[in-house]
Design a protein around this ligand. Sequence first.
Ligand code: ATP
Length: 440
Amino acid sequence: MSKRFKMEQLVSLCKRRGFIFQSSEIYGGINGFWDYGPLGVAMKRAIESLWWGEMVETRDNVEGLDSTIICNPKIWKASGHLDKFGDLMTDCKDCKARHRVDQMEDPLKCPNCGSANLTTPREFNLMMKTYVGPVFDEEHVAYLRAETCQPIFADFNLIRISSRQKLPFGIAQIGKAFRNEINPRNFTFRSREFSQMEMEFFCAAEESLDWYEYWKNERIKYYREKLKFSENVLRIHEHETLAHYAKAALDIEFEFPFGWGELEGVHHRGTWDMSRHQEFSGENLEYFDQDKSIKYIPTVVETSVGLDRTMLAVLCNSYDEDTADTKKEGQEEDKRIVLRLPEIVAPVQIAILPLSKKLSDKAEGIFKDIRKFYRSEYDVAGSIGKRYRRQDEIGTPYCVTVDFDSLENNTVTVRLRDSMTQERISADQLKNYFTEKFTK
Ligand code: ATP
């Protein structure tokens, strides 16, 4: 995969077609921040709702949460983020580049210019700081959350009691997280503002390794079956060194064009988080098991994935340039760029394309029906070949073409993105046709 295409090709497509571009571009951008345009936001929401459906809505033992970005700063004291959430960084005195020491091949040599003239490595905290209230002093300092899971731990009792859940059960949240990354890079892979999709599963210590295995398998199945990642683009990286409280930890890695990178972490967190929040808040966070008549602090197994990273991985996995016979669709070029996106996350699932403006009435009628069920787009501008090319580039799996025969016999052509084959079907059958396609 890494040699198939260059990251710049995808970055350029994302900008050209309105998926993702630099935040505040007219001011020169801001490093580590990205905006999602019309197609980007549609795709991002589709991924988000796929994850939510998979992790919350189809399970009886996982509850949802939407907590605030700014929390009581004591949360971050308890979690350890204020005291130790950072990386060692060093500056090159010659070329002024800044590096994370753990990412340097040789910590004594600047990866940018090769100079050995580096500053002594310094600790750098990744939490983003702000002030709450009108006074900008230390008493009013607050932080933008660095991960979405800590409020889950803090809200555990409220959620358990209101949802009447017994252990084992999980709490999931999707939301923004902020990290003052030293070196944002590789497009959205490492950003300073990003979204996480996290699920914390609370259970008894003796069952926790079984749950860890269970969630690991569930998550791999999700990538294979729902996002259609083949075996060769995913790998598991078991952590060699574990935090003192953890019994196991692994990363699910994806092969990006710039190399293998972490997509998701599945972590056994022991009782660390819950014990710390109990200690710092003074609230009793123990669980009373009525069947066994015992009290204990729940052990946590976590699945944690970036929404932006998932989207980047899906885009990378889908990007293709093929030499299919595009000439027959009226093109001079015999090459096309195509995003082979899974139907479920494609920003446009069906495009309705009338061959001529004179067919608008008929085509608009079909469009209005279809858009009730699928993310759809209506496009009447330009030659049909150009319109197919655009739909290929944005990953639309199906185009419905309305032509003059459609007026005569109420049939339309469905054109498939991947094979570029066309089928003639009755317009009345479109709904059944797509129901079958989208549920297979
Ligand atoms: P890394 O080692 O890459 O800095 P991490 O191990 O600190 O990541 P976690 O804290 O485990 O990452 O975060 C869970 C998930 O959140 C990651 O697997 C990734 O998908 C996502 N994530 C973390 N940091 C970023 C970031 N700066 N930009 C985009 N997504 C991120």
